[in-house]
Design a protein around this ligand. Structure first.
Ligand code: GLN
Length: 393
């Protein structure tokens, strides 16, 4: 039997695989990023109400009207941009579908798309499935700055779009106004799209702040915003995402979305409107909560004397494991699950460059979970140094 060659070109998600191995060994799972605390009670109460009152049938394919209205209102509040909820928003099954539907809508096979590296692993598969040829722009550790000339060169080579994950998974970079303005300048000069992934827009650590690409001069119509409710309202399992783009682009994305999934879950959209209507205090408390979790976790890593990247936004750290002589970070992460009881994602699954001295850990967890994870990580150095005949060295 011959199967499609496009599905031969990528592996299953390393992030999701690490979660499966972690569950198998009962490790503390700091690999796939999701919280172990409850969503806001107001949202779960709405869900209970929806269970008895509905809706339980299909919503409009591109999203229930009240959900799109609430997204438009919230987006205007934070970005200052007015968007037409009927023409410029497509509600999707998570930002994963938002990004894939976007790529399918803008890319022809062999079109070039610029991607910063390290990058969230889905973009690799998105590029292959849409036929795009990625051009990688290194974000160079430890500061994760990029070389302006290298970026411009990607556009000179013909990049039709650039994918911008901001705040960035996995490196925690929050792009500055100056950096974003430069990217915008190039997008305008070379007539390219900017596809953003802004799922961590509200998880930013002071003094950094989130700047909306689409709100920069000249970017309203060439920015395609992909976002999700997963991280902002701690509902990763609900799979609620959306695209914000001008009418012409949204029309195309609506078609792709309709035939891919028909629509996001109607009862969940209804219940999530409650969250989209929260006032500013919710987002302030969310940011404060994440700052606290970050302090607990990186404070613990400091005590243990580890080297790591301290994020400006999102909820990941890249832990430097070069001191253990790691050559194969995939094997190392599997070994760590089994021997230390903490699951991480091998850094190499995010980098295009040959970099394998990082593992990614996330800290969207309750204090007790983080403290137990740190207690286990306290044994890492001794165990790794003592490990004999291991496949990762
Ligand atoms: N964004 C999360 C991560 O990087 C997980 C996303 C997912 O698995 N859909 O871990």
């Amino acid at each position: 039997m011959r199967l499609s060659s496009r599905t031969e070109q990528f592996t299953d998600s390393v992030i999701r695989r690490m979660t499966r191995i972690s569950d198998e060994y009962g490790a503390i799972n700091l690999s796939q990023g999701f919280p172990d605390f409850e969503p806001p009670i107001e949202i779960t109460k709405s869900l209970a109400k929806v269970a008895t009152e509905g809706p339980h049938q299909y919503a409009v394919t591109f999203g229930a009207k009240n959900f799109r209205d609430a997204v438009a209102k919230k987006y205007e509040h934070f970005s200052g941009l007015k968007v037409d909820p009927d023409k410029e928003i497509v509600v999707t099954c998570g930002s994963t579908e938002a990004m894939m539907a976007t790529m399918m809508s803008i890319v022809n096979p062999k079109d070039k798309v610029a991607v910063f590296s390290p990058f969230y692993e889905n973009y690799g598969a998105d590029a292959i499935l849409s036929g795009a040829e990625p051009i990688y722009i290194p974000l160079v550790p430890p500061t994760f700055d990029f070389d302006k000339k290298v970026l411009e060169d990607a556009f000179i080579q013909g990049a039709k779009a650039i994918i911008l994950c901001n705040p960035s998974n996995p490196c925690g970079k929050v792009f500055t106004h100056e950096e974003l303005s430069y990217i915008a300048e190039l997008a305008i000069k070379y007539d390219a799209f900017v596809v953003t992934d802004e799922v961590y827009e509200h998880i930013v650590y002071a003094p950094n702040r989130h700047v909306y690409m689409q709100a920069l001069p000249g970017m309203r119509d060439r920015t395609i915003v992909c976002n999700s409710l997963s991280k902002t309202y701690s509902i990763t399992g609900w799979r609620l995402g959306y695209v914000i783009a001008n009418e012409e682009i949204s029309e195309r994305i609506k078609k792709v979305h309709d035939f891919l999934t028909v629509g996001a879950a109607a009862p969940l959209m209804e219940a999530a409107v409650t969250g989209l209507e929260f006032d500013d205090s919710y987002y302030e408390e969310l940011a404060a909560h994440y700052s606290h979790m970050k302090e607990v976790f990186v404070g613990g890593l400091d005590k243990l004397g580890f080297k790591y990247t301290n994020p400006q936004g999102a909820y990941y750290v890249l832990l430097d494991v070069s001191e253990f002589g790691v050559r194969d970070d995939n094997e190392f992460c599997e070994w760590m699950i089994k021997n230390v009881g903490v699951a991480a994602v091998p850094g190499s699954s995010f980098f295009k460059e040959d970099i394998n001295n990082y593992i990614r850990l996330h800290f969207a967890k309750q204090d007790d979970t983080l403290i137990e994870a740190l207690n286990r990580l306290a044994t890492l150095r001794e165990k790794a140094n003592a490990a004999k005949d291991v496949s990762w060295r």
